[in-house]
Design a protein around this ligand. Structure first.
Ligand code: B12
Ligand code: SF4
Length: 510
């Protein structure tokens, strides 16, 4: 039988603010690379095992990998699931597979991941083309062939013995980005348990993940996304935005809606509205085709103001855009520039005013960063005041996190057990004596006691009849947030340790 390439997403804890029904999205990276692999390497079997979507725990996953006996296992994790990524790598190696790691986390810690002895090769940046060449080279089995594959790291020596070697890390020349995203094959949805995503979702029913493009034109310090899909100019990595054509996107959505019965689209783009034309043009095509489908997206506030003026935003909302995540981050220009964030405070105010007045059906969720050098309790109170003025439906406060690849990361933060990365969960640490304890106490106190009229008004608006979906998401999120905070308070009061905020599902070890 032909060799098997198996992409695996292992069991993992849930982010507490996500509803269990939509906590796991289709792993689009795997579906996209799987389509490329099976198109180019006809003698390779390609499969995807998405354990969380199947509520499959570690015991069953182990049996499943032993049964399928893959020749290659592909892994790619968020930092927060480093423990699970390494556990999977160990399992795959014990079954005799070669382990290939990639994505926005492993791609940034290649030497460290290779040094664990659990990973045979790491893919940097965009995966599709590199992976095809890498599998061919691994099949040939010599260091010289591996060294010709751009965009990877591996340990010098025989590839098969790489795991045990403490050899030199070879990082090959950077991989050029795919110049036209329309040339990528349609993601291999048929390899995913499509019907499981958003199956019992109220607000994101029958969820699909989809990308309009890749990369961003911004280059914010704390962000790994522009780096993951950046372009090399000589030695320097620079931001690069690429988009698919509206026609190609329409084709993808037709397949998702008509063949797979998907009813909600989660745009995975770092910045859905970075391009001024494609989102609006796609919305027009969708409307002409009779498709109106709920959509959520991460957006920039400056681009939102621009698109309101051009009419593109109105088209997007008409075609179903009903949930936007806005990376607003800070209430002052000075700290925004220190982060190299180029959308500003005035853009945020204007974008929120437009949304409130012209598109009240759109749920608005803002994201804010604290824990910058020099932040004091006064700073976080200031951020909360700003949040209230903006009258957002919901907001997240995210501690500045030293994600590998970003300006805050230092290689000595690496922890070969992965446990340290549990804290890279974008949640307040909740520790009474942790690194942001003082800021978090001030924030909690402000959230409890600071009720300016704008904040009260925004909650009252959610009580009004009119937009059922928006109110429903809002109240569910508020209930979940209260639950998370209360659990943490209780644990702290009881002096219980080990809490890192994520929720282990019942099936985790099953
Ligand atoms: C959808 C999504 C979610 C969903 C679903 C998560 C899930 N596990 O199902 C939700 C909203 C629930 C979520 C939650 C979280 N997420 Co999230 N999420 C994303 C998002 C928006 C899309 C991922 C995606 O499909 N991208 C599209 C694909 C095509 O791009 P790609 O993943 O980069 O893949 C390409 C290459 O990287 C490479 N590649 C990737 N994997 C692999 C593997 C191999 C073997 C190879 C060879 C190559 C390769 O090739 C691919 C094709 O070219 C990303 C941001 C982003 N735009 O990527 C954040 C992102 C992955 N999430 C992030 C984080 C931090 C989280 C949370 C911890 C907190 C939060 N809410 O944001 C939780 C953790 C949840 C959990 N327990 O799993 C961070 C991770 C940062 C890091 N370095 O760790 C990201 C990058 C966002 C960010 N702001 O930085 N997330
Ligand atoms: S605008 Fe958003 S996606 Fe773009 S670099 Fe900044 S944080 Fe990242």
């Amino acid at each position: 039988m032909n060799e098997l390439f198996l992409f695996v997403r292992p069991p993992r804890p849930l982010w507490p603010f996500n509803s269990p029904a939509s906590a796991f999205w289709p792993p689009l990276a795997f579906a996209s690379m799987a389509a490329m692999l099976r198109g180019r390497l006809r003698d390779l079997r390609v499969e995807i095992l998405d354990a969380p979507a199947l509520h499959m725990g570690w015991r069953t996953l182990t049996a499943e990998i032993q049964r399928r006996r893959p020749a290659f296992v592909g892994i790619g994790e968020e930092a927060v699931s480093c423990v699970e990524g390494l556990r999977l790598a160990r399992l795959a190696k014990s079954c005799g597979a070669k382990v290939i790691a990639g994505g926005c986390f492993f791609g940034q810690v290649a030497p460290q991941a290779l040094a664990t002895g659990l990973v045979d090769a790491v893919v940097h940046g965009e995966g599709e083309v590199t992976l095809v060449e890498l599998v061919q080279a691994l099949r040939e089995g010599s260091t010289a062939t591996l060294a010709k594959v751009n965009g990877i790291s591996f340990l010098a020596g025989e590839p098969s013995s790489a795991a045990s070697s403490a050899g030199e890390v070879i990082t090959t020349a950077p991989r050029q980005l795919v110049s036209d995203l329309d040339t990528l094959p349609l993601p291999a949805y048929d390899l995913l348990p499509v019907e499981r995503y958003g199956a019992r979702g109220v607000n994101h029913p029958n969820l699909a993940a989809i990308e309009l493009g890749r990369g961003c034109f911004g280059a914010c310090d704390f962000c790994v996304l522009w780096r993951q899909m950046g372009r090399f100019a000589g030695d320097r990595l620079v931001p690069q935005l690429r988009v698919k054509s509206p026609e190609r996107l329409l084709e993808e959505i037709r397949v998702l809606v008509r063949r797979y019965g998907r009813r909600y689209l989660g745009w995975v783009d770092p910045c859905f509205n970075a391009d001024p034309r494609v989102p609006g043009q796609l919305a027009e095509l969708l409307l002409r085709d009779g498709i109106r489908i709920g959509q959520s997206a991460w957006v920039r506030t400056d681009a939102m103001v621009r698109d309101a003026a051009s009419g593109a935003l109105a088209q997007c909302v008409r075609s179903g855009l009903n949930e936007v995540y806005l990376g607003i981050e800070r209430p002052d220009g000075e700290s925004l520039s220190s982060l190299h964030k180029t959308s500003g405070v005035s853009h945020a105010r204007e974008a929120l005013r437009i949304l409130r007045e012209q598109f009240p059906e759109v749920l608005t969720i803002g994201s804010f960063i604290y824990g910058l050098p020099g932040d004091t309790p006064r700073t976080v109170r200031g951020i909360h005041r700003f949040v209230s003025e903006l009258e957002l439906d919901e907001f997240f406060f995210i501690p500045l996190t030293p994600l590998p690849g970003t300006a805050e990361w230092h290689p000595e933060f690496w922890d070969p057990t992965g446990e340290r990365f549990r804290e890279f969960n974008f949640l307040p640490t909740g520790r009474p004596h942790g690194r942001h304890a003082e800021l978090e106490r001030a924030l909690a106190w402000s959230l409890l006691t600071n009720w300016p009229w704008s904040r009260v008004r925004s909650y009252l608006r959610a009580l009004l009849p009119g937009d059922g979906r928006r109110s429903s998401v809002r109240w569910r999120l508020a209930a979940r947030t209260t639950g998370v905070q209360l659990r943490r308070l209780l644990r702290n009061a009881l002096g219980a340790g080990g809490e890192f905020g994520m929720i282990f599902p019942r099936w985790y070890e099953s």
